[in-house]
Ligand binder design. Structure first.
Ligand code: SF4
Ligand code: SF4
Length: 268
């Protein structure tokens, strides 16, 4: 995939990586737009219905922590893992309620998980695209999503892309998703290569099911097989962020054969 734009576009239908790369005005951090979202708008909450919200690993981490749920329980209850033609690795999406297709976190006041809402919800109406191999002419960029149901466009003073990202608290998400982005843009995915069922399961666990990944690290022979700095081991016992970074490192070793882990010589 030349661009991960299709993974980073909340809501809008009929959008593909190709239409984004060729048809959307590309915005730099200093470009501005006008948009406001609020309970006084007649569209309030409309964007949280029947929508595909792709979750990043850090989105899942924040949501499961905010909801005080185990990652396996969160994934089971609140996500789906659709398999689409040509898809190379598992992706989790937010599961809308069966009865009314509404996001399970939407409440009368708005988003019930506002402080931990996913990256895509924070960024809306901005999407982001990243060329696989950025060049000075072809750099990562943002673009505006427009949907008829959303009446927030043109409703504010101009705000720059940079200001929007800061206001929405999206910087931390972008930083924490850096390892995942590098993983998903890796050359490994080019061509016909496919993950085995076991590799796909491993990818899913390490990216999304962090509490299970923790048990995998601490309750198997894992630490007898790999040398991991002691301070890091201790941090990973309780720190989900540290564990997620380690999980990305481990996937690069396990899937791509990179030297991101140090196997112990005697496996002890
Ligand atoms: S997580 Fe919040 S902002 Fe995102 S779709 Fe659900 S209710 Fe809307
Ligand atoms: S302005 Fe757009 S993002 Fe805000 S509530 Fe309305 S539809 Fe949703």
């Amino acid at each position: 995939m030349p661009c991960d734009a299709c993974l980073e576009t909340p809501g809008e239908t009929g959008i593909t990586a190709q239409t984004i790369l060729t048809g959307r005005p590309r915005m730099t951090p200093d470009d501005s737009f006008t948009f406001r979202c609020g309970a006084d708008l007649d569209c309030f909450g409309q964007c949280c219905r029947d929508v595909t919200i792709v979750l990043t690993p850090y989105d899942v981490l924040r949501l499961k922590r905010g909801l005080r749920m185990d990652s396996s329980e969160f994934l089971e209850k609140h996500t789906l893992t659709p398999r689409m033609a040509g898809q190379k690795f598992p992706i989790a999406i937010l599961r809308m309620k069966d009865e009314d297709k509404q996001c399970p976190f939407l409440c009368e006041q708005g988003c019930g998980v506002y402080g931990d809402r996913p990256w895509a919800c924070r960024m809306y109406p901005l999407g982001a695209a990243e060329p696989k191999t950025p060049t000075p002419e072809d750099r990562p960029f943002h673009f505006i999503l427009r949907e008829d149901l959303c009446h927030g466009h043109g409703q504010s003073a101009p705000v720059t892309v940079r200001e929007w990202i800061t206001r929405q608290g999206a910087e931390e998400f972008e930083m924490m998703n850096g390892g995942y982005k590098d993983l998903t843009l890796h050359d490994f995915w080019d061509g016909e290569k496919e993950l085995t069922e076991q590799q796909a399961g491993m990818f899913y666990m390490a990216c999304y099911d962090l509490d299970r990944f923790r048990r995998f690290v601490f309750e198997t022979r894992f630490l007898q097989l790999f040398e991991v700095d002691e301070a890091r081991v201790e941090a990973m016992r309780t720190d989900d962020r540290e564990l997620l970074e380690f999980a990305m490192q481990w996937l690069r070793f396990a899937l791509f054969g990179e030297k991101t882990m140090r196997p112990r010589r005697n496996g002890k």
